[in-house]
Design a protein around this ligand. Sequence first.
Ligand code: TIU
Length: 223
Amino acid sequence: ASATATIIAEPEPITLDLSKTALVIIDMQRDFMEPGGFGETLGNDVSQLARAVQPIANVLAAARNTGMLVIHTREGHEPDLSDAPPAKVERGAPSLRIGDPGPMGRILIRGEAGHDIIPALYPIDGEVVIDKPGKGAFYATEMGDVLKHHGIENLLVCGVTTEVCVNTTVREANDRGYRCVVISDGCASYFPEFHEMGLRMIKAQGGIFGWVADSAAVLKVMS
Ligand code: TIU
């Protein structure tokens, strides 16, 4: 059965079949959100990301109520760093590098406390968790297969950070034919100006690689 709904979005409203739509929550991990993790080692003020949590929690609750497929992603690497390119590990001058021991375990390593999703948005049974080594959710993951298996054509995308993993994932998804609606207040950046521009890049030029809607507009069609 189709369940079409029109979401008020920019640059224009978009009508979606909600039965072919998934909620994708990008990298809401302690490593990005909390002091002592990867994000802070890079020199960032992690408090900038907290504002995205409640809007995401609201949409997640609605998705759970309606039975929408929920996909969580996590950026991170194998303990032996076999999937971490030297070009990534050596980058910049962080206080701790990927794989170094930190207060929440080894930085950005799968299985460590810091790599896991924050308690407020923790996955429940039946939800998909995609572990990804890169910024995009499609590169070197089962993301494409999961979406095909579930007959998904549209993605509601939120998470952190707007201009890095959210933008990369939406660009990857757009090229693969998915309609992406990015939830503006469900995304955040360490740099408020990058958040703003990250959203503007998506919706400019007639929605060059997606649509942008706030969580209120998304919730309106999910009740
Ligand atoms: N540093 C930064 O803004 N982001 C990342 O490294 N990964 C994600 O965006 N998840």
